[in-house]
Write a protein that binds this ligand. Structure first.
Ligand SMILES: Cc1ncc(COP(=O)(O)O)c(C=O)c1O
Length: 379
């Protein structure tokens, strides 16, 4: 099998699985229980939090364990909106956010909030000037993703954080689900208040995640109950999941340091080979994240190519996994201004640190075959 759909999800690392299994088997007590067995689970949870904080270079109390990216984004966006609505009801975001941000913002509109969805340029990048122009007296939140999940475009997070830092009353949330481990980002920047991370995108487990909430930021909780996680997320804590995501975080940070060049090299190889195929138009711009390549084969439905490749056990995707079963057109590519021929025929290849050039070559050979086979049938 050649798995090239790592932006949809990644293969769990064996070490991550082992830590989850061990903690689940041996430390299954409820960390809130007052007996010593509960105390041991609580100690493990606190240790996981401390280690996560060290790896992310933030404070321990700023780490909130969640169930993943969708929860983190909803918790951040609705949490800020509901908590700070007396101060204002205006939110700024972009047209290319993941549905867990976009739909969270849409839901706020039904509650009387006003949301500005900023456009992007052809590379899929939002302009900091546009953000500055959109800021109003009643703006309470800016939410911008770090790396786009379909295109791999990198947003100017540091510049937006510099801008946000000059507006102490505006919170800035970053969805770093696709960027973590691939495009470095410093959370210690004073302009960043919230940041979403998902475990299953970094060789961790589904159902695990982290929301960074800096200690100046207050949120209205989505879940009320036993007041766990600083009362931000009630519910019995997932100790094994929390330990496992910290393990995944440590591993991906190591790879970010030692293997990023390799990832860029494999991506360059892929781009080079794709450019040789006359039927292919590459949509991903020059300065993109190293693990995502988006391209179109105008005139051929992406599902056709995906199924033909799947027969050879090569797995790629159209758009993002979350929206790939919906309308034909990529909303993200449309926002970049691509023609309809391209927005309805887009494919995404997403790499892992383990992807090899041999696998890419095999994919390219089979992509060429699939295109030629399709053309023959249509003759
Ligand atoms: C940019 C981005 N944000 C958020 C999510 C949602 O994360 P999860 O699947 O952990 O809910 C995804 C998942 O594809 C994503 O790509």
């Amino acid at each position: 099998m050649i798995y090239l759909d790592n932006s949809a999800t990644t293969k769990p690392d064996p070490g991550v699985l082992k830590s989850f299994e061990q903690i689940s088997s041996h430390y299954f007590a409820n960390p809130s229980s007052i007996h010593p067995f509960g105390g041991e689970a609580e100690k493990l949870l606190n240790m996981a939090k401390k280690q996560a904080a060290e790896l992310l270079k933030v404070r321990q109390e700023e780490v909130v364990f969640t169930s993943g990216g969708t929860e983190g984004n909803n918790m951040a966006i609705k949490g800020i909106a509901l908590q700070h609505q007396q101060r204002g009801k205006h939110v700024i975001t972009t047209e290319i956010e993941h549905p867990s941000v976009f739909e969270a913002c849409k839901s706020l509109e039904t509650l009387g909030f006003d949301v500005t969805y900023l456009p992007v340029d052809q590379s899929g990048v939002v302009s900091v000037k546009d953000i500055q122009k959109a800021i109003r007296e009643d703006t309470i939140l800016i939410s911008v993703m770090h790396v786009n999940n379909e295109l791999g475009s990198i947003q100017p997070i540091k510049e937006i954080a510099d801008l946000a830092a000059t507006y102490p009353k505006i919170f800035f949330h970053v969805d770093d689900v696709q960027g973590l481990g691939k495009v470095p980002l410093s959370l210690s920047h004073p302009g960043i208040n919230l940041c979403t991370i998902s475990g299953h995108k970094i060789n961790g487990l589904k159902g695990t995640g982290i929301l960074y909430v800096d200690n100046r930021t207050t949120l209205f909780p989505l879940f009320h109950g036993g007041e766990q996680e600083r009362n931000l997320r009630s519910g019995t804590e997932n100790v094994a999941g929390s330990v496992s995501i910290v393990k995944a975080l440590r591993l991906i940070k190591d790879k970010e340091t030692s293997m990023l060049d390799h990832l860029y090299e494999v991506q360059a190889f892929l781009l080079h080979r794709l450019k040789d195929i006359s039927e292919v138009d590459i949509n991903t711009a020059e300065k993109a994240a190293p693990h995502i390549v988006n391209f179109s084969v105008p005139g051929i439905k992406p599902e056709v190519i995906i199924h033909m490749l799947a027969e050879k056990e090569i797995f790629i995707s159209t758009k993002s996994a979350c929206s790939s079963k919906q309308s034909d057109e990529s909303k993200i590519l449309a926002a970049c201004g691509f023609s309809r021929a391209r927005t309805i025929s887009a494919l995404r290849v997403s790499l892992s640190f383990e992807t090899t050039k041999e696998e890419i070559q095999h994919f390219i050979d089979n992509l060429k075959k699939a295109i030629n086979q399709f053309k023959k049938v249509m003759e």
